[in-house]
Design a protein around this ligand. Structure first.
Ligand code: NAD
Length: 490
């Protein structure tokens, strides 16, 4: 991302300025812009306005003004708007996928898969919008009635990361709108362009002006401080690193704000004695190299029973080494670039640290020559305890393989992290796999599968991986509050 402070948007600039308030793209005069880059080439894709805290407050003005009428809009109407948005996302899948690839780097095939996955949250929450239940009961004394109803929390601030520019947004905006909340969206400055298209799709689907607002910025901290300090805001939903999540939680505590936090992970991938190695390698390819390893659910470290470790590592290295690396828009590419040069450098340092502590590089480990933020898919064997590759969230295409001797040792290694988002276990049977999984400290576990995400399932973590769930029947709960009304028995 390049900050271009000496230029302002002019009339020739794309109408999607990066600030969307009350149904309009706005372009305040004499405002600095920043550039969104293509990580495959380093070229500028588009320039956007760099929003300030004042812009964010205007966006919140619009969200607060629209809140009451949106909350009173019949759930069926809200549902039909989301359903129409789902259809529009699929109709516009080509432009959405190519925008994701250009700003984030992933292959076009993966970008199409993200569009399909992300669209499902709009369909799922269109269906959930009309299934928000309350209850009534006679008091135990028999003299009164208790009515319990569910109400929208109110205006929400939605902050999203760069790794899934569409799906991380629909996973928040779908349930928020379904519940009757208005929103201000702040996408990651590395990948804001897909979010601009989603905002227009929601408007085209019928979301009234002010229900969906958006600001893009290279200065998230002051904007978040202004938003979280404003008494009209009722909730923050954040997806990103645990480090930033902690800052936002501290600020949110001052106003006792509702919070959903989808934070970092360090997913263990356990291969138990007697597991099918070929199936485990298939699952590992999906869990590790999807999105170039830049997924919070990515398998971070592989703990393999000593009887299978050499075979597993060799087969994984053969498959990883055969992946085609290149610009995501080139046909047949499996792995696009990482998000930035800085991400490549950090990942190489993690590989070097593992090698210094005794690991062997079976494949990859280098940055190919030429332009773009590329890193070869990498498999490391015999990674030793204490290595950064086991302790830190790698967020890149590096698979460290370590050995264990006993089930107790495997479980202790799996849980030896402050995180608890995803986890994976490959076992000789589902019964053995589920028995092992019951001891894992994680919000999600894949048993004999390398993929855990589904719009119908509750996504989220325990420990320092976050608070709350997105998707499933739980997802809409995050945007609802409970009201109790008392009356005498008629
Ligand atoms: P990040 O925390 O750097 O940024 C996330 C968002 O927060 C961006 O929009 C960014 O602009 C904003 N931000 C950054 N600093 C801020 C500040 N001081 N105040 C307010 N906002 C701020 O994370 P990232 O690099 O974009 O994403 C990678 C991280 O996200 C990884 O740790 C990954 O595990 C996590 N992640 C989690 C999930 C999940 O569902 N649990 C999903 C995807 C990514």
């Amino acid at each position: 991302m390049t900050v271009v402070k000496d230029r302002v948007l002019d009339e020739s600039t794309d109408r999607r300025t990066g600030i969307y308030i009350a149904g309009k793209w706005v372009a305040p005069a004499n405002r600095a812009v920043f550039a969104v880059d293509d990580p495959a080439t380093g070229q500028i894709v588009q320039e956007l306005l760099d929003a300030t805290p004042d812009d964010a407050v205007l966006a919140l003005d619009a969200a607060a003004d629209a809140q009451r009428s949106w909350a009173l809009t019949p759930p069926r109407v809200r549902s039909e708007i989301l359903r129409r948005a789902f259809e529009l996302v699929l109709e516009k899948r080509d432009v959405l996928a190519s925008t994701i690839t250009r700003e984030m780097g992933k292959s076009l095939a993966e970008a199409h898969a993200e569009v399909t996955y992300g669209a499902e949250f709009l369909r799922w929450f269109a269906e959930e919008a009309v299934r928000v239940h309350g209850r009534s009961m006679i008091t135990p004394e028999g003299t009164g009635l208790i009515h319990v109803s569910r109400r929208p929390v109110g205006p929400c601030y939605l902050v999203t990361p760069w790794n899934f520019p569409l799906a991380m947004l629909t996973r928040k905006v779908g349930p928020a709108l379904a519940a009757g909340c208005t929103v201000v969206i702040k996408p990651a400055d590395l990948t804001p362009l897909t979010a601009l298209l989603v905002v227009e799709i929601l408007a085209e689907a019928g979301a009234p002006d002010g229900v969906v607002n958006l600001v893009t910025t290279t200065q998230p901290a002051p904007i978040s401080t202004a938003m979280l300090g404003d008494e009209r805001l009722r909730k923050i939903s954040f997806t990103g690193s645990t480090q930033v999540g902690r800052i936002l939680l501290t600020q949110a505590a001052q106003r006792v704000l509702r919070c959903s936090m989808e934070l970092g992970g360090n997913a263990p991938f356990i291969v138990l004695e007697g597991a099918d190695v070929d199936a485990a390698v298939e699952g590992a390819m999906l869990a590790k190299f999807r999105n170039v390893g830049q997924a919070c659910t990515a398998a971070n470290r592989f703990h393999v029973h000593h009887s299978l470790a050499d075979e597993f590592a060799a087969k994984l290295a053969a498959k990883a080494g055969a992946l085609k690396l290149g610009p995501g828009s080139d046909p047949g590419v499996d792995l696009g670039p990482m998000i930035s040069d800085a991400a490549v450098e950090r990942t190489i340092q993690i590989v070097d640290d593992a090698v210094q502590r005794g690991a062997t590089v079976l494949t990859g480990g280098r940055r190919p020559k030429g332009e773009g933020s590329f890193l070869e898919p990498t498999v490391l064997a015999d990674v030793q305890p204490g290595s950064r590759a086991l302790a830190e969230e790698i967020f890149g295409p590096v698979a460290p393989v370590a050995r264990f001797d006993s089930v107790a040792e495997a479980l202790a290694a799996a849980n030896d992290t402050e995180y608890g988002l995803a986890s994976y276990v490959y076992a000789p049977s589902l019964d053995v796999g589920h028995a092992f999984a019951s001891g894992l400290e994680a919000g999600m576990v894949g048993v004999n599968t390398g993929l855990v995400s589904n719009a119908a399932a509750p996504f989220g973590g325990v420990k320092s991986s976050g608070l709350g769930r997105e998707g499933g029947t739980e997802g809409i709960e995050e945007y609802l509050t409970t009201r109790y009304a008392a009356s005498p028995e008629p």
